[in-house]
Design a protein around this ligand. Structure first.
Ligand code: NAD
Ligand code: WQD
Length: 337
């Protein structure tokens, strides 16, 4: 199939482009490079041995989208483009609503104009807010979110559900990612947070590399096994493969569907620290700090719907995530982007 990948130069997008190309799809990437660089796509080419067609386009630029869609015919759009920093979204809500929500509307209108009504959207477990049940199923209510970033995901989901209701010719998959982590086993692509990371895994990797003095563990008084926050970490390569499966099922069955993409297993902050230390034979100094505002105690998926309907199941372990994240961290500054 011919696939338009928005935000394909980013962390999850680049890993997904690898798996889409490996599965034989033709991929065109558009990205405004606001949080990535074109070099990521050169690295993708090294992995797959295939050229990645790239255009520097902002999804808010309707004219530029028209030009791309006149150049190529797309069977489906896999939509990753968006801003994703939770803390920044609290400081700059308008920028987040403008980029993520207005950008998606502009993209959807362009897709409509050019006859592409198939979309896979990067949603997030953040839409569940304070989860009402654990493990979280897709039937769990959404809302009660504590930051504008999370609301952009919730609003886009609503827009897509309304669109599908009004125009059932659309086929939409809402993929709710849990906590993506790790990097490609080649060590060529991975996550490159700008400045000091806010997510756990890249922070741990920088501490292990001696580039940050210690990890601050945000709270050890939660109602969890060891008192630290529990999340459902999922290897980015497993996540990428979930998109390839979703694409196939969408082609066969159509309609609108929501899927949790997680491993279905909780891992605490300290469990992650110890796994990273053990697998990579490094030391990760840490201090216990106060809880981070907006954090929930525990969040993990029931991913059985994706297994049943998509034939997808995460295969890679916490150890695989730790190993590949460390490999990627060690490659930084040596030409890998
Ligand atoms: P990322 O920042 O690495 O990738 C996003 C890409 O989108 C970047 O390359 C950026 O330059 C591009 N982009 C942003 N705004 C754009 C615009 N207006 N026009 C064109 N390109 C634009 O982030 P990621 O971690 O790869 O996340 C991909 C998607 O998955 C995002 O929508 C994110 O919200 C979602 N998601 C991420 C996580 C996570 O923890 N990483 C979890 C759940 C959902
Ligand atoms: C994980 C755990 C922290 C950093 C965020 C977004 C979510 C999604 C994924 C996009 C928590 C603890 C972290 C640190 C710590 N993104 N922690 N010290 O908050 O589950 O999810 O990223 O959709 O929307 O909210 O991920 O990696 O920030 O935190 O103790 O320096 O690690 O308190 O328990 P989170 P995270």
């Amino acid at each position: 199939m011919n696939i338009l990948v928005t935000g394909g130069a980013g962390y999850i997008g680049a890993h997904t482009v690898v798996e889409l190309q490996n599965a034989g799809h033709e991929v065109v990437v558009i990205d405004n490079l606001s949080n990535s660089s074109e070099n990521m796509l050169r690295q993708v080419s090294k992995i797959t041995g295939k050229k990645v067609t790239f255009h520097k386009v902002d999804i808010r630029d309707s004219q530029a989208l028209d030009e791309i869609m006149k150049l190529y015919w797309f069977d489906c759009c896999v939509h990753f483009a968006g801003l994703k920093a939770v803390g920044e979204s609290v400081m700059k809500p308008l920028a987040y609503y403008q980029n993520n929500v207005a950008g998606t509307l502009t993209l959807l209108e362009a897709l409509s104009r050019h006859g592409c009504a198939n979309l896979i959207f990067s949603s997030s477990a953040t839409v569940y807010g304070q989860p009402k049940e654990l493990p979280i199923t897709e039937a769990c209510p959404t809302g009660g979110i504590t930051n504008p970033y999370g609301w952009t995901k919730c609003m886009i989901e609503q827009i897509l559900m309304d669109l599908y209701r009004a125009e059932p010719a659309w086929n939409v998959a809402l993929l709710r990612y849990f906590n993506p982590a790790g990097a490609h086993e080649s060590g060529l692509i991975g996550e490159r947070p700008r400045g000091i990371p806010t997510n756990l895994m890249p922070y741990i990797a920088r501490v292990a590399a001696g580039r940050l003095p210690e990890l601050q563990v945000f709270g050890n008084d939660y109602d969890t096994g060891d008192g630290t926050g529990v999340r459902d970490y999922i290897h980015v390569v497993d996540l990428a493969l979930g998109h390839v499966k979703a694409l196939r099922v969408m082609e066969q069955k159509g309609g609108l569907a929501v899927y949790n993409l997680g491993r279905g297993e909780g891992c605490s902050v300290l469990e992650m620290v110890h796994a990273f230390e053990q697998v990579n034979e490094v030391v990760v100094p840490y201090v216990i700090k106060a809880r981070r505002p907006g954090d929930v105690a525990a969040c993990y998926a029931d991913p059985s719907k994706a297994e049943r309907e998509l034939g997808w199941k995460a295969r890679l372990s916490i150890e695989d995530m730790c190993r590949s994240a460390w490999q990627w961290q060690k490659n930084q500054g040596k030409g890998s982007d």
